[in-house]
Write a protein that binds this ligand. Structure first.
Ligand code: ES4
Ligand code: ZN
Length: 319
């Protein structure tokens, strides 16, 4: 039986399996530039974050209706449940959809339909986290936050994703301030491909409560001391790091060294349809490649619940 765990770093658009992509393409009359699911899977070979993102954004063309978003999220939640996930905090990229003429309401309400049924159907509690694309202007993020206002009862927090290098956290200071004023929780991708200074900046300027990835934290001892002292969770994604070549091979992943340093690490799946595995697949991979002991694996599962936004049920938002 897989360990019960919380999934804290999961892009719902990154759960689009080739089979569902073709099914939605047929339903919506969208032409995919691949002969079949086999050919599409062969395209899942990446050199870096940008080459992955190009495919990830182009495949979103098949997602058009509330039903599509509900089907995507329900398929993910079923797979997550089978892998021991009891709680999932799910990222979505509204700008990737509004840019192609799909309203944020279609996205949020479609996802919400699957999330609202999830405890009963799959035994998985959920939260929704809206991510801003950091390679788009800050002004676009502010407009997106504004457009999300009617749906904020569905949304627990905000995040920051897409191409990291050249788009430091400082660029989004204003939008994070506005989100905080709305009572939203804050996370951000930092230190995936970008330098440890981006992690420090996300803490100092954006007020984030968790760091997504944080893979490069060990390069800065002062930062490590701070992350340990403040128990700032890191949502690591080992299979993602290998597929996007942030680490050469899994056996060289810094996870054991990070845990030894006292960092609050969690293991997550990022974009499981693209990177070769869901939550338990990532746990199994680190167990096998890094020889993590049963105690270490239990620590990772325990950390995932400590790092989760499970304490946000009290009415606290002035909206
Ligand atoms: C992402 Cl792995 C990763 N990094 C940054 N942005 C993303 N969006 C979806 N997956
Ligand atoms: Zn990610």
């Amino acid at each position: 039986m897989p360990l019960p765990k919380a999934e804290l770093h999961l892009h719902i658009e990154g759960t689009l399996e080739p089979e569902l992509a073709f099914e939605l393409a047929a339903r919506n009359g969208v032409e995919l530039p691949y002969a079949d699911t086999e050919a599409l899977r062969k395209a899942y070979l990446f050199d870096d974050l940008q080459s992955f993102l190009n495919l990830y954004y182009s495949l979103m063309a098949v997602l058009r209706t509330e039903d599509d978003f509900a089907a995507l999220a329900d398929a993910y939640l079923a797979r997550a449940a089978a892998q021991g996930v009891r709680h999932a905090e799910i990222f979505f990229d509204p700008q990737a959809h509004t840019a192609r003429g799909i309203s944020i309401g279609t996205v949020v309400e479609g996802l919400w339909r699957a999330l609202a049924a999830s405890e009963e159907r799959h035994g998985v509690s959920t939260r929704l986290i809206m991510c801003f694309l950091r390679d788009e202007p800050a002004e676009s993020a502010l407009l997106t936050l504004e457009a999300a206002r009617p749906h904020l009862d569905r949304i627990t927090g905000i995040g920051l994703d897409s191409a990291e290098v050249g788009h430091p956290p400082a660029k989004f200071r204003e939008v994070y301030e506005a989100a905080a004023a709305l009572g939203l929780r804050r996370v951000a991708h930092a230190g995936e491909e970008g330098p440890p200074a981006y992690i420090t900046e996300a803490l100092d300027l954006l007020g984030v409560e968790r760091i997504d990835h944080g893979l490069r934290a060990l390069e800065d001892p002062d930062l490590v001391a701070r992350l340990v002292r403040d128990r700032v969770p890191l949502t690591l994604c080992p299979l993602s790091n290998v597929r996007l070549r942030a680490v050469d091979v899994l056996a060289e992943h810094p996870l054991p060294a990070m845990m030894d340093a006292g960092l609050l690490c969690t293991v997550n799946s990022d974009d499981p349809a693209y990177f070769g595995g869901y939550a338990e697949d990532n746990f199994r991979a680190v167990r096998e490649a890094l020889g993590l002991s049963p105690e270490r694996l239990r620590e990772l599962a325990r950390n995932s619940f400590e790092a989760a936004f499970l304490d946000d049920d009290e009415p606290r938002r002035a909206r």
